[in-house]
Design a protein around this ligand. Structure first.
Ligand SMILES: *Cc1c(COP(=O)(O)O)cnc(C)c1O
Length: 415
């Protein structure tokens, strides 16, 4: 590729050729805001407010408890779960929606350990998202059977897979760096060592191609409020390979996971299918909101989403290098697009105040401790010219040193 400096006109040309450009107007975004944080909280689809208000005012307000049967509430979680499954290549019958990603990690990790009773190691990456690590640690403590959460560097994983490992637990796209693992290869390596594989798709679902069935993945979890645009705290999803379901034992046995919830039996009997991985009453209003985001994601061909995402991360990284050279920035996301998810992470010694200054100028990304500026690329509602403008604001913040202003140096609770 020629190393020509990208002009704003170049990026406007990319916007004109963008087959996904029409999705932008399906989202509600405030004018003037350049939103580079859809990897943390996706934008609101315009149709969400109407769907939620119909659910609240008609189905709940008027239908009351009758809506469980008459408005199809009982079937809603399964329907949305299957739709998410189509985005990630899930085998039919393996998907459920509900609870948080953290809780779903607990449930599936518990099932994985129960399926490998003679093994004691949960193998993971040291840089995995902390909640995944914390849940694993808490479960190991709770079980009190000598389980160990073994944390290694990404390039040490293959060598660490041995006959002590019960489950390999990884996040497909790393939240901090944007680095993407080879899911099929590592799942195969886990299986070759007799271990199970649990993948966290928080930064993958709706953002990068995933083929759970093709990669023969055992377990997966993921997030509803990032690239699926389900709203803050949206229900998460989980996947269990159907071949494992008949014997799968989950550590939380609630009535929605019972074979006959409305028989009100005193003893727990697991449901046959994926329902056994569910616990209690699903959050209908949140699931209705999530469905709107998932429907939008299903309308967009994944090949086009991935192509635009790769182009966006490429040009963003190039523009940062070209126009912000000399200000101490270092791109920490992989240079090879095949190993990168849909974000560009840039290290800077003063990343926190730099990001606060960007946000004050309506360029919204986020900060991840200790020193990373994170910029998420969401092909459904972000344009290329916006990326040019965002880099211009970054260049000004750095060259004018406006990040040194005191108000940008006060640490807030959410970064
Ligand atoms: C965002 C994210 C989560 C979030 O978990 P919650 O239970 O929804 O708070 C979990 N794991 C990973 C890898 C994430 O990126």
């Amino acid at each position: 590729m020629p190393i020509s400096v990208l002009t704003r006109e170049d990026l406007i040309a990319l916007d004109r050729a963008d087959t996904l450009a029409g999705f932008r107007e399906r989202f509600s975004l405030p004018a003037g805001v350049i939103y580079l944080d859809g990897n943390s909280l996706g934008a609101m689809p315009r149709a969400t407010a109407g769907r939620v208000s119909a659910m609240v005012e008609q189905e709940w307000g008027i239908g009351l408890i009758r809506s469980w049967n008459e408005a199809g509430w009982m079937d809603l979680p399964g329907r949305i779960a299957d739709k998410i499954g189509r985005l990630i290549g899930a085998a039919p019958g393996g998907m459920a929606v509900g609870d948080s990603t953290s809780v779903n990690v607990f449930k599936l990790l518990g099932a994985a350990l129960a399926a490998r009773p003679e093994r004691r190691v949960i193998l993971t990456e040291r840089g995995n998202f902390p909640t995944d690590l914390y849940i694993a640690q808490g479960l190991a403590t709770l079980l009190a059977q000598g389980h160990e959460v073994r944390m290694v560097a990404p390039d040490e994983i293959a060598a660490a897979l041995n006959d002590s490992v019960a489950v390999l637990m990884l996040t497909h796209v790393n939240y901090h760096t944007g680095a993407m693992f080879d899911m099929a290869r590592l799942t195969e390596a886990a299986h070759a060592a007799g271990a199970l594989a649990l993948w966290d798709l928080a930064h993958s679902a709706g953002a990068v191609p995933v083929d759970l069935a093709g990669a023969d993945v055992d377990f997966a979890v993921g997030c509803g409020y990032k690239y699926l645009n389900g709203g803050p705290g949206a229900p998460a999803f989980l996947y269990v390979a159907p071949r494992l379901l008949a014997d799968a034992r989950f550590p939380i046995t609630g009535w929605w996971g019972h074979a006959a919830p409305f028989a009100f039996e005193a003893g727990f009997r697991p449901a046959d299918g994926i329902a056994r991985a569910t616990v209690g009453t699903a959050p209908m209003i949140s699931i209705a909101a999530l469905e709107v985001g998932v429907d939008l994601a299903l309308e967009a061909p994944m090949a086009a989403v991935r192509a635009k995402s790769v182009a966006m991360t490429d040009v963003f990284a190039r523009m940062v290098q070209q126009r912000c050279a000399g200000y101490g920035l270092e791109i920490v996301s992989p240079a090879d697009a095949a190993r990168r998810g849909s974000q560009v992470s840039v290290a800077h010694p003063n990343a926190y105040p730099v990001m606060q200054a960007l946000i004050a100028h309506n360029v919204i990304g986020d900060f991840r401790a200790p020193d990373v500026l994170r910029f998420g690329m969401t092909p459904l509602y972000l344009g290329f010219a916006e990326l040019w403008d965002a880099v211009e604001v970054l260049r000004r913040v750095l060259s004018e040193e406006s990040w040194k202003q005191p108000q940008f140096n006060v640490r807030r609770s959410v970064t």
